[in-house]
Design a binder for this molecule. Structure first.
Ligand code: NDP
Length: 450
């Protein structure tokens, strides 16, 4: 694609997972590319999301491992935890990845503007410094941002943006919401020894996941000491003279906490972006609707990732960024297949799924067979942990095709990624059964269900 009279062939707003992939691939196809980022290169996943969260999960999981170690003959003396060490190690790794992402852009000759950029027309961009630029194509990859419900004292609460920087480990944590972020941090804080209360506006956790797995997670986490308060969102939070927070839930007496984490979803970050100047239509939640080629209602402006509110997951944003760049700058048209995207919640224990849940399959196919394995993992038996894993295969009774696999138990995200290939490939239950078990493992349950 020629530059014509524009400053760039492509200007990308947002250097997160989708934006960085699109920038470097378009540049590799020969385009003159610039990217603007108002926070840090790497975006939510790398800077304040998946990566630092997973490191905190690893860090907190040692509590369980160290407890269990005694059953294997280990004596662990003077066991102590220092939040500052874990926090700083995690933040150092974030710096490392931020450097690697920046390096990737540099190596591909992508010009970087570390400031906010807004759109001034179909081909116009204005940087926060006041500089005006033009591009033949603009890609919006600004992601999403935590939603804060409106209640008195919400300014005393934090979101997943701040949680990685806490000056100390809070003794008492209240988490509003019962989705991914809420349950992952409930697990982290619970394992690290904080007293955790999860409050949600409904009586459901992890809406969208298989019901049996959600029930199992609820039972296990309650047994581990997490308290749930359902059907009662926060009414107000008051900062007291002693520094503690007084939290009132609708219809309840106030109680004290040291930290209130809000995890009630993320909203596309389109406010004040100037999209109206280019005629880019927005959806109800502020998301940018796009066609299957990632094009908005303005022909020169595209969007990928969380800002489009299709599937808010990093690997999806990366694929969308790649497909956009290959299609528009590489002469290799591509669309994304959104079917059978595996996902996981890094709760403790973790939960993972791919394909249709039992409920979805029954609605769509009517005649469905469900196979389950409800078992106590060997390592739990040995460590005298009562917690049981639960695996489920959802099968189309007519064709024998496996429509969905859902699992909760140790390492389930690691196991699920591999079995997702089989589900995506449309394999049948008989083909699962033809595969010899790998013994002893938890994953062998997948080929042994009768
Ligand atoms: P989720 O959409 O997962 O959960 C939102 C929670 O907040 C739900 O429990 C919902 O309740 C509740 N809620 C929604 N709106 C309100 C409101 N106005 N007032 C009170 N409660 C409300 O959002 P998260 O913030 O946890 O995560 C955002 C996204 O980030 C996820 O959807 C996911 O795509 C991504 N993510 C993925 C991770 C992973 O892959 N492991 C990890 C972290 C985030 P109810 O359901 O009862 O309505």
């Amino acid at each position: 694609m020629a530059t014509d009279n524009y400053d760039y062939d492509l200007f990308v707003i947002g250097a997160g997972s989708g934006g960085v992939r699109a920038s470097r691939v378009a540049a590799a196809h020969g385009a003159r590319v610039a990217v603007a980022e108002e926070h840090r290169v790497g975006g939510t996943c790398v800077i304040r999301g998946c990566v630092p969260k997973k490191l905190l999960v690893y860090g907190s999981h040692f509590a369980e491992e160290l407890q269990d170690a005694a059953h294997y003959g280990w004596t662990v003396q003077g066991m102590q935890f220092d939040w500052n060490v874990l926090r700083d190690t995690v933040l150092r790794d974030v710096d490392r990845l931020n450097g690697l992402y920046t390096q990737t852009l540099e190596n591909n000759h992508v010009e970087r503007f570390l400031e906010r950029a807004t759109i001034t027309g179909p081909h116009g961009i204005r940087l926060a410094s006041g500089r005006e630029l033009t591009a033949k194509v603009i890609l919006v990859a600004v992601g999403a941002w935590p939603v804060l419900p409106a209640f008195e004292g919400v300014e005393h609460c934090i979101t997943s943006n701040e949680v990685f920087h806490l000056p100390e480990l809070p003794r008492r944590v209240v988490i509003q919401g019962a989705g991914y972020i809420a349950l992952e941090f409930a697990g982290i804080f619970n394992a690290l020894g904080s007293q955790v209360t999860v409050v949600n506006r409904s009586d459901q956790i992890l809406r969208g996941y298989d019901e049996a797995l959600r029930d199992r997670l609820l039972q296990i986490t309650m047994a581990r000491g997490i308290t749930y308060r359902f059907n009662c969102p926060i009414e107000k939070v008051v900062r007291q003279d002693n520094g503690a927070l007084s939290v009132t839930l609708c219809g309840h007496d106030a109680f004290e906490a040291d930290c209130v984490l809000i995890a009630t979803g993320r909203k596309p970050k389109t406010d004040g972006l100037g999209l109206e100047t280019a005629g880019v239509a927005l959806g109800e939640k502020g998301e940018i609707p796009v066609d299957e080629g990632n094009r908005t209602t303005c022909p020169s402006i595209y969007a990928v990732g969380d800002v489009t509110d299709r599937v808010q997951l990093t690997p999806v944003a990366i694929r969308e960024g790649q497909a956009f760049a290959d299609t528009v700058f590489g002469n290799k048209p591509q669309t994304i297949d959104y079917d059978c995207i595996p996902s996981a919640v890094f709760s403790q224990p973790p939960l993972a799924g791919v394909g249709l849940t039992e409920g979805q399959a029954r609605n769509r196919y009517g005649n469905v067979k469900v196979y389950t394995s409800d078992f106590r993992p060997m390592k739990n038996v040995f460590a005298e942990r009562m917690e049981r894993g639960l695996y489920k295969l959802v099968v189309d009774a007519q064709t024998d095709r496996v429509l969905g696999v859902h699992m909760i138990g140790p390492d389930s995200p690691e196991i699920l990624q591999a079995v997702a290939i089989a589900v995506k490939a449309g394999l049948t239950k008989a083909q699962f059964d033809q595969t010899v078990a790998l013994h002893p493992s938890m994953a062998e349950e997948l080929v042994l269900m009768k």
